[in-house]
Write a protein that binds this ligand. Structure first.
Ligand SMILES: [Fe+2]
Length: 234
């Protein structure tokens, strides 16, 4: 029998640095003392089981949550949720939230001078299927300004929360779009030093997900842990 593989820590630079001064909020949030590593107990290595019958099947289509269709470019975002050995994670909760096509969130804190869309809330959820696949229909989010530094603009992105099989595998991250000219200037995207790891946050234009005369498709696979894990949001 092969020796069991122990817990593998992340390779240096493949996850966001706690302190990344260009991302100004990280200066306040970063720990100033060494982290205390806690041993995993039953409450970390187990998690909630999601009952498919209790999930609103319409929650994965963000374009059909109101009387009319939202403004903007309709897109399909899909992919697989995988564990550190590349095995699919079935029946796990995937949640998304995003700005509308004008770059505005439906949230009281967002007072950016761009219109809200009465037909777009910007939140959705779904469960992966037996093979770890998930799929959302939405609109392409707009870029928006933020006050990190002078003339700061976030690239288009969709926020993701993925639960995985346990509380310890929950991953919160952001998905970006290929070829976005704002990516080199985004302090959040660039919190992860390793370029290969950072680029795991960029979705791929995918013809299998694309539907003719309806919507472009983007593929975004997420690896929850291990050496090839998708960088989390800092
Ligand atoms: Fe955002």
């Amino acid at each position: 029998m092969a020796n069991p593989v122990g817990y593998r820590r992340y390779s240096p630079g493949t996850q966001p640095a706690h302190l990344h001064p260009p991302y100004v909020s990280s200066i306040k949030r970063a720990p100033t003392k060494p982290l205390v590593y806690l041993p995993h107990t039953l409450s970390e290595i187990t998690g909630p089981l999601f009952d498919a019958s209790k999930v609103d099947v319409k929650a994965c289509d963000l374009t059909r949550q109101h009387a009319g269709e939202p403004l903007g470019e309709r897109i399909i975002v899909g992919g697989r949720v995988l564990d550190e050995n590349g095995r699919p994670v079935p029946h796990t909760l995937v949640e998304v939230w995003q700005a509308n096509s004008a770059g505005r969130y439906l949230h009281k804190v967002d007072q950016h001078d761009a219109p809200l869309d009465p037909n777009f809330t910007g939140c959705g959820h779904t469960l992966t299927d037996a093979h770890g696949h998930y799929r959302f229909i939405t609109i392409r989010p707009g870029e928006y300004p933020w006050r990190n530094h002078h003339n700061a603009w976030r690239p288009a992105h969709i926020h993701f929360s993925l639960f995985g099989p346990a509380f310890a595998t929950r991953l919160v991250t952001q998905m970006f779009f290929p070829g976005d000219p704002l990516l080199p200037f985004d302090p959040i995207f660039n919190c992860t030093a390793d370029e290969k790891a950072r680029n795991r946050l960029i979705s791929l234009l995918d013809w299998e997900t694309t539907e003719s005369e309806r919507a472009l498709g983007y593929k975004f696979d997420v690896i929850l842990c291990g050496r090839l894990a998708t960088p989390w949001e800092k």
